[in-house]
Design a protein around this ligand. Structure first.
Ligand SMILES: [Mn+2]
Length: 402
């Protein structure tokens, strides 16, 4: 694995801050011990610190001297006693080079070793009280929205692993249910949902960097989609494909949501589930009753990544739009999920409930891919079957193997 671009991530953050001098100092997470015990809570690094340092372990800090363009890592010091329990840690030099810092020291020596340029140690306390952590947080979040080649590469690999895990876990899930006397799944399995099921465990096994993928596929219970399932599935697939085709630089994310709703409305009109005029349906947010959530979200270190709403941008209070996780202009190097997924509707004057009754057993369908915006459009990181023919072939093979 190549070097983690920690320094570049500090530089990106300093640019978002608009600062040409001063020091960014960030402290990573610490382990928390269960009360009256010597066992620890499972540690999860703070995502902002992870972005700036690439460090997953507790007890680290990092700094960037903006004027001097110098990135400094402060590593947790493992003494001989602790090394007996947790093993020999990497050296400072190994930590420095693998994470992409200019200098590395032990965090325990932080006060004596590193003095801010032009400031005596005595002034550090006074400086600390002037720290603008809210501005820094905004800048880090904005920097995190734009993924560099390193991050896109890690996300691509996370997608590959998650895609493979979907296929394998689906097979295991069916095997385990059948072995316990359940011959059929009650619903097409939510086999391995993104971060929790597929990624977190794999990061520990494979030392894959901590970036998320979030993939969803919906499968028929039998070898083939029923006509009703297929009709709904094809609408969702069409929504997803049309939105992915439309994603590109300088488009607004909420317009992608509107497009998905328009494609859904056309499909549902054709099936007779909706009735009336397309423009009226859009005006009344009728599709919002079928798809109450947004079309997708930013993705990165966190599955629902930060900065979906830049400062001053408010949520739109309308069905569906209300839960949109981002409202911003798409720009190159941003990563999003595209995940249309109509479920059963509640009420609306534009809905033919007799036809809905016929489709009610379809339940929900969701198809979710992860894309990165490029200069000319976008790149789809998810390589996992989603065409009706592909899914039916996989299901037929899985059922034949039982
Ligand atoms: Mn998602």
């Amino acid at each position: 694995m190549s070097t983690y671009p920690a320094k570049q991530h500090f530089i990106n953050t300093a640019k978002k801050l608009g600062a040409t001098s001063g020091v960014i100092f960030v402290r990573g997470g610490e382990t928390i011990v269960h009360p009256d015990s010597d066992t620890e809570y499972e540690f999860h690094q703070d995502s902002n610190f992870y972005y700036l340092s690439g460090v997953r372990s507790p007890g680290f800090s990092a700094a960037y001297d903006i004027g001097a363009n110098k990135a400094i890592l402060f590593a947790y010091y493992v003494d001989a006693d602790e090394a007996v329990w947790i093993g020999v840690p990497p050296t400072l030099e190994e930590l420095r080079t693998s994470h992409g810092f200019d200098e590395a020291y032990y965090a325990k020596d932080i006060d004596t070793i590193y003095t801010l340029p032009h400031h005596s140690t005595a002034q550090l306390g006074a400086l600390a009280s002037q720290v603008e952590s809210e501005r820094l947080l905004e800048a880090v979040h904005e920097a995190r929205v734009f993924k560099d080649d390193y991050e896109v590469d890690v996300m691509r690999r996370a997608n590959k692993i998650s895609g493979d895990a979907h296929a394998q876990l689906h097979g295991r899930f069916i095997g385990l249910t059948i072995s316990q006397g359940c011959l059929y799944e009650a619903y097409g399995g939510i086999v391995a949902r993104g971060r929790n099921a597929a990624i977190l465990h794999y990061t520990k096994n494979n030392q894959l960097e901590d970036y998320a993928s979030d993939i969803t596929r919906t499968w028929p219970v039998g070898a083939k989609f029923t006509p009703e399932c297929r009709a709904i599935y094809e609408i969702v697939l069409d929504m997803q494909k049309q939105v992915i085709a439309a994603c590109g630089p300088h488009k607004q994310w909420e317009d992608m949501h509107a497009l998905s709703n328009q494609v859904a409305a056309q499909g549902l009109l054709k099936l007779g589930i909706l009735k009336g005029d397309l423009a009226e349906i859009a005006k009344h947010h009728v599709v919002g009753y079928f798809m109450p959530h947004g079309i997708g979200h930013l993705i990165g270190i966190d599955t629902h990544d930060v900065a979906g709403y830049p400062k001053g941008v408010e949520r739109i209070n309308a069905p569906g739009l209300r839960y949109l996780r981002a409202r911003r202009e798409m720009l190159p190097q941003m990563a999003f999920t595209v995940e249309p997924g109509p479920a059963n509707p509640e009420v609306a004057q534009f809905i033919d409930f007799d036809v809905v009754a016929k489709y009610r057993k379809v339940g929900g369908v969701r198809i979710e891919d992860n894309i990165v915006i490029t200069e000319s459009g976008n790149t789809n990181l998810t390589d996992c079957p989603k065409e009706v023919d592909e899914i039916e072939a996989i299901r037929a093979a899985a059922l034949a193997a039982q």
